[in-house]
Design a protein around this ligand. Structure first.
Ligand code: HEM
Length: 502
């Protein structure tokens, strides 16, 4: 059952922007225009909604519509490049694949050795990652490649030495797979035997968090650690919303003592895990492998931070995708039946990672779910703090915030029947033309800063889906699939689900 066709999603190249309508303006709009006239002048020619004093267009984001849908509306009205105002801060929204590529695929190669007096360490880069970097601290630290502002030398060192980038990572994942498979099968059978109704995302998130911990550090943490993780993410989400909406008027500094106490505890668990792995690097966890095999030149503190900092991907984005996929399968019983058939063959012999990866229909289902409901539907960049840049034929002032929206392009009419769930659309030619990280399909981002956890995420998501679908009847309530912004991820909330053994 696909949703009603809204026929909203025709991409408009940024070269075909519509001008902002110049209708009657109220006093609040005139006041905004007068007070911010110097800034407004710098964005001449870029269309967008009319801002009013004192909030700019902030009210657009507080009407109950998810922010990525508001950005899609902007695409409809103003084209692939539009301007809106968070209070007095100008922000660009990119819904155009070429402009997005220009920002995300930035390379310093070919750029002039900038003759700048800037002390800014990334003066060579046109764009950098700002928000939500600050808000993610202190659950993520400077040793996380995720929050490094640019792909500079420091980032390259972190990236190359990251456990996910080591040359034995694939071999580790293969070896780890039977442990994960056994964990998923036991845990899912137990959940099904409970005959209970769960909040879908919470149930999947706990399952993924525990499986992820097993893979990363070789043990399942006590339940309180999971609760603490969510407290940290909740608190970071509030900081992110505050910093986005209030744009620094409310200083984004730590005033929540509980948050810091929990954060200290969180890192302590990983300190203990590192110490234990140093003393006894046994077992098949990634941490133990890196201790045994080496190749990562991080200090113990950096090592701890890296492991503590990869959880948001593993325990928020991946469960968001799994929950959405299960929900779509429930809404499309014919696809579910075909998938069950395909999985029967898969489970006829011992399941290996290679065989799981070769299950075409599972791959198609996941791609289609991540196209329609990308876990990370938008992300952010900023123009270099000291240097304006050219984008889409406009000169964009230094430090302008940029919102990059994949949700819109995933549903644009680049795709036939864009809003329909059609896993079969992913034939080999479509996959080739719309590879992960291409113009109209980039759920993991694009370019150098693309997701480092993609291989692990696929293994996790496919395994969880394969076991759930082949061993359980998964029944959802009739709640709508609403998604809440949580730690930078669109998370399905309030969906009720029950599992029963098949
Ligand atoms: C469905 C699951 C996931 C999705 C949709 C996802 C999405 C993304 C996206 C969109 C980015 C790029 C952000 C940007 O350009 O600003 C990213 C980066 C990243 N992701 Fe994921 N992610 C997922 C799972 C994971 C997992 C499981 C891990 C780790 C275990 C992970 C670790 C990272 C890291 C370290 C980066 C930063 C790379 C860098 O900037 O150098 N992700 N992810």
């Amino acid at each position: 059952m696909a949703g009603p066709s809204l026929n909203l999603f025709r991409p408009k190249p940024h070269t075909e922007q519509r001008p902002t309508p110049q209708g009657k303006t109220g006093i609040a709009q005139q006041l905004f225009r007068y007070l911010l006239r110097h800034k407004i002048k710098q964005f001449k020619g870029i269309p967008g909604p009319t801002p009013s004093f004192p909030t700019g267009n902030t009210q657009d984001l507080s009407k109950g519509k998810p922010i990525w849908e508001v950005f899609a509306d902007y695409a409809q009205q103003y084209g692939g490049l539009s301007l809106f105002w968070l209070l007095g801060r100008p922000c660009l929204v990119l819904n155009d694949p070429d402009l997005i590529a220009e920002v995300l695929m930035e390379s310093t190669a070919g750029q002039t050795e900038t003759k700048t007096t800037s002390k800014c360490p990334f003066h060579n880069f046109r764009f950098y990652k700002n928000l939500p970097r600050k808000a993610l601290r202190p659950i993520m630290t400077d040793t996380s490649t995720f929050i490094a502002p640019v792909a500079d030398q420091r980032w390259q060192e972190l990236h190359q030495n990251h456990p996910f980038a080591l040359d034995y990572f694939d071999q580790w994942l293969d070896t780890q797979f039977p442990t994960l498979r056994a964990f998923m099968q036991t845990r899912i059978a137990k959940l099904a035997a409970e005959s209970a109704t769960f909040e879908a995302f919470e149930m999947v998130q706990k399952l993924t968090f525990d499986g992820f911990s097993l893979a990363m550090v070789g043990k399942v943490f006590p339940d309180q650690v999971f609760a603490q993780f969510n407290t940290l993410c909740q608190s970071s989400t509030q900081r992110m919303n505050r910093s986005t909406i209030a744009n620094g008027l409310i200083p984004n500094r730590p005033w929540d003592p509980r948050f810091h106490q929990v954060s200290r505890q969180w890192f302590k668990y990983f300190d203990q895990a590192v110490q234990q792995a140093q003393l006894q690097p046994t077992g098949e966890s990634l941490m133990a492998w890196v201790m045994r095999k080496g190749g990562s030149n991080h200090t113990p503190d950096e090592f701890r931070n890296i492991f503590a900092g990869v959880y948001p991907g593993g325990a928020i984005s991946a469960p968001s995708a799994i929950t959405s996929t299960l929900h779509l399968l429930y809404q499309h019983p014919e696809v579910l039946a075909s998938l069950r058939d395909a999985l029967k063959d898969l489970f006829a012999a011992p399941l290996t990672l290679e065989r799981l990866e070769n299950c075409t229909l599972l791959d198609q289902v996941l791609r289609e779910a991540m196209r329609l409901r990308p876990p990370v539907p938008f992300f952010m960049r900023n123009v270099n703090p000291d240097q304006p840049t050219k984008l889409g034929g406009h000169t964009i002032p230094a430090n302008t915030s940029i919102f990059i929206n994949n949700w819109y392009l995933h549903r644009s009419d680049h795709w036939s029947c864009p809003e329909a769930f059609k896993p079969e659309r992913w034939d080999p030619e479509t996959c080739r033309q719309n590879d992960w990280g291409s113009g109209y399909f980039f759920p993991y981002g694009r370019g150098k800063r693309t997701c480092m956890g993609q291989a692990l995420a696929h293994c996790f998501m496919k395994l969880t889906l394969a076991v759930m679908v082949s061993e359980c009847e998964v029944t959802f309530g009739d709640q709508p699939h609403d998604r809440e912004f949580f730690f930078g991820v669109a998370v399905p909330r309030q969906l009720k689900v029950s599992l029963a053994p098949l």
